[in-house]
Design a protein around this ligand. Sequence first.
Ligand code: 5GP
Length: 193
Amino acid sequence: MKEGKLIVFSAPSGSGKTTIVRHLLDIEKLNLEFSISATSREKRGREEHAKDYYFLSLKEFKNKIKNDEFLEWEEVYRDNFYGTLKTEVERIWATGKHVIFDIDVSGGLRIKRKFPEQTLAIFVKPPSIDELKIRLKKRKTESKDKINMRIAKASAELATAPLFDKVILNDDLNKALKEAEDLVEGFIDSKKK
Ligand code: 5GP
């Protein structure tokens, strides 16, 4: 099987990494496909199974952990498991595309450690914790408790930024989009044989 590249985007929830990842997926020449994660959390809004996530029950998720089916997994919030199935990366590589991930900090770093040469790991930094709070409140998808949980986690995650290959500060979205585009294009081109 031909192996492609792995492009990891990690950031605290609400940093804008999903917007960046979606933008990159629209750029044909980058030849990227989104790694659909598995999760045991509830579906939100218009999310669809096998498009946004593979939605699994807690039991199904734990079974897959036991069977060593994950490249990486994490209990991101209590009882909310998230993970990358090995079959997902194989599926994408088999189509000749590169894989792009929108995953949490520990998962991102784990992929970088497993595939150091093939991976470009990018951390998206929000301008500040206050700004992050505002963004999460505006999104109106989580309860107050859940927002507070995400903020607490964000502070710890910010400390891991130096472990990534690159950090993008998302204080101006257009600038961040362009920077992401250039970094990914440069990485893919530099690795072409
Ligand atoms: P959300 O519930 O907002 O969709 O995602 C919550 C967090 O889980 C985000 O930080 C997201 O990046 C992370 N996440 C999503 N998929 C994965 C995955 O496959 N592995 C890991 N480790 N984290 C993930």
